[in-house]
Design a protein. Structure first.
Length: 368
């Protein structure tokens, strides 16, 4: 069986790693890419499952890996809610994710020798590529939004910059509430990446850029606006599967993207190799993406230390949102039990377990 992957971003790289890790004896993997859309020039985080996937697939470890990964032990939340000035959201004991530069992951995947690579623009994948299945992971470019569904989230723009030196003491992602939204700080091997997230209907780009520089002392190296969305289906045509940002895009809070890409690679492969129905798989994916949408939006419902137009805008969005019934049940379950019970008897919503909900409830001081 031949499987083609379109793109060389994080979604494509993770899909390739997943197929090689679990199905390399059953398929030949080819990658088609162009250099017209370079990876974002900023650090990215991968949570536990994706980190383990890359390490197990390629034999990496913390001290020997080509993406120059550094530890991600969790995330700090600074200025969120009204109960604590700051709190830490840890990973389970003795586990860690990674912070990495997407460009390094792309370069490794294209040059590692495990995949047949074609530098070629593809207009019509099913007509131009001889493959049994095609994963289209080419990102947000050339998307017809008529085929997509918007996801509810108050963030739609970002400004990014980097320091000139690393911070060895920073082994987690900083999530910092700001008057205009929030900002992340991601440690890299040679720098710290910062991103200033805001809504361009509430704060104009010039004001956001000025506030970013005043708060972090950095010049912007890149800025962009985006939509939060998902495709109506991962299935397209007779043999194409959407993954990466070609399927969905959500803002970077909670670093959910890599886990979502892995979830789609896993579920879709059950149709390819095990014959599970497309309908069952799509329903499962829809439920997980709804969980991601709900969990991210839930953060803004707690508010922040700022009473500003953005935070009032975000709260209104939360008040008007139709929360998923399963999400509400997960909150109630977490609120009714202690962590020791939740660790042994978790309810899972997308990549988050009950103890993640409990941490938010205890530290942010509210449920809905």
């Amino acid at each position: 069986m031949k499987i083609a992957i379109l793109g060389a971003g994080s979604g494509a790289c993770l899909t390739a790693a997943y197929l090689r890790r679990y199905h390399k004896t059953h398929c030949e993997i080819e990658i088609y890419h162009t250099k017209t859309v370079p990876p974002e020039p900023v650090g990215q985080a991968a949570l536990l499952l994706a980190t383990n996937l890359f390490f197990e697939t390629y034999g990496w470890d913390w001290y020997n890996n080509p993406v120059k990964a550094v530890f991600k032990t969790g995330a700090s939340y600074e200025g969120w809610g009204h109960k604590k000035e700051e709190f830490f959201h840890p990973f389970p004991m003795e586990s860690a994710g990674i912070h990495f530069i997407p460009q390094f992951l792309s370069e490794f995947t294209l040059n590692c020798g495990y995949y047949k690579v074609h530098e070629k623009y593809i207009s019509d994948p099913e007509e131009e590529i001889d493959a049994d299945w095609i994963y289209d992971c080419r990102g947000r470019s050339e998307i017809d939004y008529d085929d997509y569904i918007p996801l509810t989230n108050p963030i739609n723009s970002a400004i990014v910059g980097r320091t000139n030196e690393p911070d060895p003491k920073l082994t987690w992602t900083r999530s910092i509430a700001t008057p205009d939204g929030w900002a992340f700080g991601i440690p890299n091997h040679d720098s710290v990446s910062y991103g200033y997230l805001y809504n361009n209907t509430v704060t104009d780009k010039e004001t956001a850029t000025k506030n970013f520089k005043e708060q972090f002392g950095l010049d912007a190296i890149h800025s962009f606006s985006f939509r939060n969305y998902k495709a109506k289906s991962i299935w397209k045509g007779d043999k194409t599967i959407l993954n990466g940002n070609k399927y969905a895009f959500v803002e970077p809070l909670e670093a959910s993207s890599m886990a979502m890409y892995q979830m789609i690679a896993d579920r879709s492969s059950r149709h390819i190799f095990d014959g599970d129905s497309k309908e069952t798989i799509q329903t499962s994916i829809d439920n997980d993406v709804a969980g991601i949408e709900n969990f991210l939006l839930w953060h803004y419902n707690f508010g922040s230390k700022y009473d500003t137009p953005f935070w009032r805008f975000a709260k209104k969005m939360c008040d008007e949102f139709d929360w998923h019934e399963d999400f509400g049940q997960a909150i109630e379950y977490a609120d009714q039990h202690e962590n020791t019970y939740l660790y042994d008897n978790p309810i899972q919503v997308a990549q988050w377990a009950s103890y993640n909900f409990k941490n938010w409830i205890d530290n942010m001081g509210a449920k809905y």
